[in-house]
Write a new protein. Structure first.
Lengths: 149, 149, 149, 149
């Protein structure tokens, strides 16, 4: 069975907008927080120097589907799984829930990169990192179910 | 020929992150700025009271594909067109460029809603608004070309 | 002895800037989070409707002195006390610490207001709220010591 | 007569909060934007590499007094002058206005620093930079008047 990583977060005043709800761009910040907490939990830094190089994971694609608004002081549950792992990329999925109801579904694809002199280039995901990520990869059946729900 | 709306914006210090680039979540804020400037230009408010109701356009979906990083003080050109208009929804596309190079392609779908007592419900796009939006809708041929480029 | 309210918060990636540190404006967001957590802890909402009125506490003044930078993933301790309570205003002080070292000292003065039809006007702090705040008010001696340290 | 630098900026949707006004922390971002535009106008970069060193200007103190709220789509005028220049520090003052009415008064003190290996240390302001800043320094009379107004 696929492992899940769960993160809890309360909505702050500064994150709302004049419509009285969590601003749509802030879902991506919640997602990044969840992602960073997940990577910490498996012991892989998302931004680290490795001698002269910085190993980082810039995003190549993000998306969010919004189902219902979140409000000030809401306590959200963010559940992270991995949609897939490629040779150099990882696609996260974060479901945002309040009281077991889905508010949003966020996806983001990041690419393993080495940064030297301010420039990024993609590299293969190290085997040790891949081994730590694999328990969280959703099966095809689970991905199919998520789409149709 | 499809009309385009162009907006210019310089990247601010607070919008960067420790990787030295525009934080990925801030592309959505740039998109929203461009969108609001576009709606102002056609004379349709994005958030307005209409008697007891607030007419607003919450987002149901957003996505961004990142091609190259933007940096502090970069002057970006944001070019807005509409991918489609539905009965109750509008899908914007914003291409983020620097020196004619695409840095990112952002899409967002908003739904025409009436808000009463803090709750939204979707309504048909008023005919007058639809007429102002139509010149900016991309043709099928243009959408096809955008995908393959 | 003056009561203190302590809040813990980890620095997120999106909160850093290209200098590699917590952006200076984000200290005010940390302060607001701490403040909201404090008000929740004493059972007084910072933004609540009271019949037709909204009772809220807009800021009239804020300040921050920065002693040392905070960085990505730092775990900060934010310690809130009250510098003073006036007839209609409250002045919070939040000390930001990492490993018992002061990184910043933030002050903010908020005023008890009633908002009707989108306009604020100041009102006296309700006696029940005042009673809950009083244990956290610093003595003159403590305020004096804070200045000279 | 003291020179002033004026910057114009429209309030964006994402900068508002559920009270329907510009969030108090965002005044500091407006101030930084104004400051950066000012430094660009006099030809001095606020963040630049000088051989192995980064010359930057971290903040040591900020403050803001709020007089009246700003709202979505407001066009603000931000007027920058310098309160004083020290051996290593500069204190900016930015008045935020809408229709000639003061909404806020922001002050910030920055220190000229060299950053090597991720650590800052303060250095004297270069003479060429000082010469470009001096026309914007307020006289004692002006500072006195600002306090009493």
């Amino acid at each position: 069975m696929t492992a899940e990583f769960t993160y809890h977060r309360r909505i702050q005043f500064a994150e709302t907008d004049l419509a009285g709800v969590l601003h749509f761009s802030n879902y991506f910040r919640l997602m990044e927080e969840t992602e960073c907490a997940f990577w910490r939990s498996i012991g892989v830094p998302v931004y680290a120097s490795d001698g002269d190089r910085i190993i980082s994971w810039p995003r190549v694609a993000t998306s969010c589907e919004y189902a219902a608004p979140a409000r000030f002081e809401d306590e959200l549950e963010l559940v992270l799984t991995l949609e897939k792992i490629g040779e150099r990329s990882v696609t996260h999925q974060v479901e945002v829930r309040r009281d077991n109801r889905r508010l949003a579904l966020i996806k983001t694809t990041i690419v393993c990169c080495a940064m030297e002199h301010g420039r990024f280039s993609s590299v293969s995901i190290p085997a040790a990192t891949r081994a730590k990520l694999e328990p969280y990869v959703r099966t095809d059946t689970e991905n199919q179910k998520a789409k149709s729900s």
